[in-house]
Design a protein around this ligand. Structure first.
Ligand code: LMR
Length: 390
């Protein structure tokens, strides 16, 4: 049977990890996969995570199963962080998932069960979005989102496309820190998106994977809070990978928002049934860590402080990037006003590969850069090498 299979291409983004590792050059620069790095190039374990892990190590007295829903205290505390007051005013049901990807897959499975056949994904998007939705069986339609050459959001065209969606379709939105463009929507634009989806009877699926890396914890959730307050139903996929630095612990959640508790409960019961026939129960550790941090004022403060330092570092690097690139591409002045780890440079695939072979600067062939992969001291020199392509 296995001989009948055809070989699958490596995931282009994840393959970069191996290519970078194998490169012997000492001055290599990793702007590839979206993980935060500090000035030393390390992806640190948050101090609050270490402290929570010590508490768990001493206090945990069983490894017995928790259940399909996962850790309900984690879910409650995470929903407060994500939804804020808007989240408290709507009926909601959360299920803990293996990372944000697990949340997106369950969201797609639930939408299909609810009768959806099509999801609208903005272009460009995280490459795996379309992969996850198509694997679940949804037809993936696209709406224009961003023009790389001018670094602008194609808002009118986005709304025009969403206005053509059918009732019962799903529309994917990035909560903040758009991956791969870093381009934010204003609150007015969020309001227009929400009104359009509500008018068309389209279910919003909001992917929130970088809360705290854009403008701040509340600021990064402001758009989605507006949406959940404006539409009768929505899905919110949350990742704790970046915000809590828990990447390999695979910690996330899917939240279904509804106008009434009955509908939210139905969503929860179906999400749990879908999980049971997929991975059954989610891994516990990451959720236990987040629950511990968010349940302790001092740990929450320390986690927020460390997150704020990370965000400030990225903002500083954005200023250095814009300064180094705006001479070659005036449009890249926008990098300074974009948010989160990513920006999308207007480079050809050949130029990206040249940077890799000639200068050991690694980024995916799309031209997306993980800005957190830069060190402040090297930023100017790296930008000069990129600008020299023009
Ligand atoms: C990324 O976009 O680099 C991250 O979300 C990591 C991943 O799983 O692709």
């Amino acid at each position: 049977m296995f001989n009948a299979l055809s070989r699958q291409p490596d995931d282009a983004l994840l393959a970069l990890i191996g290519l970078y590792k194998q490169d012997p050059r000492a001055d290599k620069v990793d702007l590839g996969v979206g993980v935060y790095r500090d000035e030393e190039g390390r992806t640190p374990v948050f101090r609050a995570v270490k402290a929570a892990e010590r508490i768990l190590l001493d206090g945990q007295d069983s490894k017995a199963y928790i259940g399909l829903e996962g850790d309900t205290v984690y879910l409650d505390r995470l929903w407060t962080l994500v939804g804020g007051e808007a989240g408290a005013r709507v009926a909601s049901a959360g299920v803990q998932t293996p990372g944000g990807s697990g949340a997106l897959r369950l969201a797609a499975d639930l939408a299909l069960r609810g009768g959806a056949t099509r999801i609208w994904v903005g272009m460009p998007s995280w490459p795996n979005h379309a992969g996850i939705f198509a694997a679940a069986g949804l037809e993936v339609a696209t709406y224009p989102f961003f023009d790389t050459a001018t670094q602008t959001v194609l808002f009118d065209r986005m709304i025009e496309a969403l206005d053509g969606a059918e009732p019962g379709d799903v529309a994917l939105l990035h909560g903040s820190c758009h991956n791969p463009t870093g381009a934010p929507l204003s609150l007015d634009q969020w309001a227009t998106v929400a009104a359009t989806l509500e008018k068309r009877g389209v279910l919003p699926l909001i992917d929130l994977a970088y809360q705290g890396f854009g403008r701040g914890l509340d600021e990064d959730a402001a758009g989605l809070r507006h949406v959940i307050a404006s539409v009768p139903e929505a899905l919110v996929a949350v990742s704790s990978s970046k915000s809590f630095g828990l990447y390999r612990e695979r910690t996330g959640a899917i939240f279904a928002v509804a106008a009434a508790a009955g509908a939210a409960d139905l969503a929860r019961s179906n999400l749990m049934a879908l999980a049971r026939t997929s991975y059954s129960m989610p891994p516990d550790h990451g959720a236990a860590v987040v629950r511990t941090i968010l349940g302790d004022a001092a740990l929450t403060r320390d986690w927020t402080d460390e997150l704020n330092v990370m965000r400030a570092r990225i903002e500083g690097l954005r200023r250095a990037m814009a300064a180094g690139l705006r001479g070659a591409w005036p449009a890249l002045d926008a990098v300074e006003r974009q948010e989160g780890m990513f920006s999308l440079l207007p480079l050809t695939e050949a130029e990206v590969l040249r940077l890799r072979s000639e200068h050991a600067i690694y980024m995916p062939t799309s031209g997306r850069v993980n800005i957190a992969g830069l060190k402040t001291a090297e930023a100017e020199a790296v930008m000069a090498k990129i600008a020299a392509l023009r």
